[in-house]
Design a protein around this ligand. Structure first.
Ligand code: PLP
Length: 415
């Protein structure tokens, strides 16, 4: 098999040589030197401010690498905030997004020093205003947080997408709901921007530009109606990864060119993106052994030590992570492959990691490596079902594989 584009051959020997009984149910590896170099290329522009959407990968070492690369942090829960602050990040570099912010959570975030919020409901807006006033030492000493309103638009042509696309979601509010407020009614808040993000894993520069362009007029109009000077426009994430090897890759330089146009059209001082997948997917791998191989109704099946208990995404998106066999001296002979169904150990037919061509002599005990697992891998899984092990996480840096989290048996979480 030829080396796929998603696989960095520099890591191959380390993965082949890594033999550990604790990791026989699968482990993750993140290639930090490669991540660092890649993030530096993302930062070579002055059009957009980049935040890292922590949900994509909250591992300490990953957050630290993003921190050193000059990213700030989008957190969507108290757990993510704690993890980011534990890495020494100043709370002033944290943005809080998410549809489930209670008043106590907003109060706790403000108390910890977070001062940038994306609010997603009228309640959140009112609660945040109240919380800031309640915590101020005096009325004239209010530290106003920066606040962006999250807007949800609908397009006539309609399309579904994991982030909602055109369907109704709890992410933000429609223009007709927001237009009834006025910024002057929230004296404790610096209502300075709008946030919009409805399309995930976009692979076409043209389509992204077209969607972004269509967003500008209704957003500018909304800002005018509510008395907001639109200083910040946050376009969320959504930049895609070619999981299915369809030859569709986003061009970053084109993204920057397009966003310069959007920034100009919207007339904003700052344009923000919160990157998840596009920042970290490529640096991560997941390695798992084959525990059984069988022919069933004419179909070759491989049963793996772990499946959606460690990598849930394929089951919820129908997009498998790409895979290859880890084998020393694997040749480029493409004629010796055949199609396999890959299954995990759970007692549900949903536990499948895809249908792939792999070498036909693949044997029980050999290991597969999945790519693009640096985002939405370890923490977007369902590890508890059937009492399997929690996966270990490693980083690969300076030619060394270092364990950050050890694998944990079910006894560590069962009561
Ligand atoms: C508010 C917000 N911003 C950014 C992201 C990151 O998206 P992506 O991984 O597509 O870059 C998400 C993902 O769900 C999100 O909810």
């Amino acid at each position: 098999m030829t080396t796929p584009t998603w696989f960095d051959p520099r890591i191959e020997n380390a993965l082949i040589e890594h033999v550990s009984p604790e990791d026989e149910q699968g482990y993750f590896v993140y290639q930090l030197d490669a991540l660092k170099a890649y993030l530096a290329t993302l930062q070579q522009q002055d059009v957009i401010k980049l935040w890292f959407a922590v949900k994509a990968n909250p591992l300490s070492k990953v957050i630290q690498t993003l921190d050193h690369a000059g990213f700030d942090f989008d957190v969507a829960s108290a757990g993510e905030l704690t993890q980011v602050l534990a890495q020494g990040v100043d709370p002033g570099r944290v943005l809080n997004t998410g549809p489930a912010k209670s008043k106590p959570q907003l109060a706790a975030f403000v108390k910890k020093g977070v001062n940038t919020f994306v609010v997603e409901s009228l309640n959140q807006l009112n609660w945040l205003n109240e919380v800031v006033l309640e915590q101020a030492i005096s009325v004239d000493k209010v530290v106003k947080p920066k606040v962006l309103l999250r807007v949800q638009l609908q397009w006539p042509e309609g399309e579904k997408n994991p982030l909602g696309g055109n369907s109704l979601t709890p992410f933000g509010l429609s223009v007709s709901e927001w237009q009834n407020i006025h910024v002057d009614s929230y004296p404790a808040l610096n209502l300075c921007g709008l946030h919009i993000f409805q399309w995930g894993n976009m692979l076409s520069n043209e389509k992204m530009f077209s969607l972004w362009s269509q967003m500008v007029p209704p957003l500018s109009d909304l800002a005018d109606r509510i008395g907001m000077t639109l200083e910040v426009l946050d376009l969320g994430g959504g930049l895609g990864i070619d999981y299915l090897a369809q030859g569709q890759m986003l061009s970053w330089s084109q993204v920057i060119e397009d966003l310069a146009v959007i920034k100009e059209k919207a007339g904003v001082k700052e344009l923000w993106l919160e990157l998840g997948r596009f920042a970290v997917a490529e640096c991560g791998y997941y390695v798992v052994p084959v525990v059984d191989r069988k022919m069933n109704y004419g179909q070759e099946q491989l049963v793996l030590a772990a499946g959606i208990n460690h990598l849930l995404r394929p089951a919820i998106t129908d997009q498998p992570f790409p895979v290859k066999l880890l084998r020393a001296g694997q040749t480029d002979d493409v004629t010796s492959t055949q199609a396999f169904d890959l299954h995990g150990p759970l007692c549900t037919s949903m536990d499948t990691l895809g249908h792939f061509d792999l070498p036909n002599d693949i044997a029980v005990g050999e290991k597969l490596v999945f790519g693009y697992c640096g985002a939405y891998g370890f923490t977007e899984s369902m590890p508890f079902f059937l009492c399997h092990e929690l996966a270990a996480e490693y980083v690969y840096q300076d030619d060394q594989l270092t364990q950050v989290r050890a694998a944990k048996p079910a006894s560590s979480y069962l009561a």
